[in-house]
Ligand binder design. Structure first.
Ligand code: COA
Length: 260
């Protein structure tokens, strides 16, 4: 499918979706959210895609937020629908069964910070800037920011960031657990690729079960989440991949999870 506001590239099973409106710092307008939804559907339907990277076009921004020119005209009913639509798209991204990495190359503000938080792992360039500045516009985050931020950085830090709307440097974002790693801007692609290579060497079913256990389990009570974990552990034990992984260990060789 051809997109106006996204660039799609594939390399060895790794798909990259680049939000591509650099003249507007990749702000997420309604059209871009719709395209992102279609791009996620393509990933859901394609077994050949083993991992997904989300990044932003240009030197300056990952995504500088929802498109403020569109936000400014919304009435209350439309605004709620606007939020629900974006939440649904980001939730589908988060629930993908393959690893999703945000390569945060610059400003990740508002909806951009929220998009990065819906990814499973965040790697940031040292010039990336994070924040939920919506209160400065008289708004609150509407794409999951009030929920994912406290889950990542803890309630106190999240509330402080949400209420002040202040920006956080990449270094601080790493210190508080908002990003997993920070690197030089020109190393971002290499660092993300190396991370994915280390993940993709592991059992694909086990990787996807880890994602499901974390994504679904964190929303359950501990007893239910533990039962989910045990069930997925059982399902994994029925797989050829588990047989290959354990046999390879005992035979002192590297497992090959992708054969057969
Ligand atoms: N929505 C719509 N357009 C946006 C945007 C957004 N969230 N963020 C940036 N843009 C546009 C600007 O309007 C400008 O467009 P123009 O050249 O047609 O006037 C262009 O992108 C470049 O932005 P500019 O503000 O000139 O760049 P800057 O380097 O001076 O500042 C930021 C960069 C990120 C600090 C600034 O753009 C900003 O604060 N953006 C809004 C961040 C925000 O509040 N996000 C949450 C939205 S809910």
């Amino acid at each position: 499918m051809n997109f106006e506001n996204l660039k799609i590239t594939d390399s060895g099973g790794i798909r990259t979706i680049t939000i591509n409106r650099p003249e507007k710092l990749n702000a997420l307008n309604v059209a871009t959210i719709a395209e992102l939804s279609s791009a996620i559907s393509e990933v859901e339907a394609d077994d050949g895609i083993e991992a997904l990277v989300i990044t932003g076009a240009g030197e300056k921004a990952f995504v500088a937020g929802a498109d403020i020119s569109e936000l400014s005209t919304l009435g209350p009913v439309e605004a709620k629908e606007f939020a629900l639509r974006g939440q649904e798209v980001f939730r589908r991204l988060e629930r993908l069964a393959i690893p999703v990495i945000a390569a945060v190359n610059g400003y990740a503000l508002g909806g951009g910070c929220e998009l990065s938080m819906a990814c499973h792992i965040r790697v940031a360039s040292s010039k990336a800037v994070f924040g939920q500045p919506e209160v400065k516009l008289g708004l609150i985050p509407g794409y999951g920011g009030t929920q994912r931020l406290p889950r990542l950085v803890g309630r106190g830090r999240a509330v402080e960031m949400l209420l002040t709307g202040r920006n956080v440097t990449a270094e601080e974002a790493q210190r508080i657990g908002l990003v997993n790693a920070v690197c030089e801007p020109d190393e971002l692609e290499v660092v993300v690729t190396e991370l994915l290579v280390s993940i993709l060497a592991n059992g694909p079913l086990a990787v996807s079960h880890c994602l499901e256990a974390v994504n679904s389990g964190l929303e359950m009570c501990l007893d239910d989440a533990s039962l989910l974990e045990a069930t997925l552990f059982g399902v994994g034990a029925a797989s050829d991949q588990m047989r290959e992984g354990t046999t390879a260990f005992l035979e002192r060789r590297k497992p090959d999870f992708r054969k057969g």
